[in-house]
Design a protein around this ligand. Sequence first.
Ligand code: CMP
Length: 138
Amino acid sequence: ATNQTFTMIKPDAVQDNHIGAITQMIEAGGFRIVALKKTKLTSERAGQFYEVHKERPFYEGLVNYMSSGPIVAMILEKENAVADFRKLIGATNPAQAEEGTIRKKFAKSVEANAVHGSDSDENAQIEGDFFFAADERF
Ligand code: CMP
């Protein structure tokens, strides 16, 4: 297992000025920020990023939403990063997210759920590579 995971702060949370508060929770949770950028996905790039969900009924809405405004992408490092980060962000559906999690605090809906977190070491690697070159990681 690697010690890295990948996250995005999603368009609603960026729009609502929560970049600082979310990044604060991430660092306070023991993660180091290896790479970070604010960028905007085209619908084509968002479609590629979420390609695994292509057959799902929510795919088109998700792609439109994720390309609707800027996002903040980060590679994070910590022992047991993937699992620990999923604990920190809470359940995908904010109605089920536990108290103290990022989604409990900032998510508005299943779609506009404030942050993304990789679900496996393999996807963490793929997703980090999607946004960051080697010379953007420290
Ligand atoms: P994320 O962790 O970015 O990975 C896939 C995303 O799809 C997920 O967060 C949700 O925002 C979104 N998603 C998952 N299930 C649904 C659903 N039933 N309806 C709408 N969006 C969903």
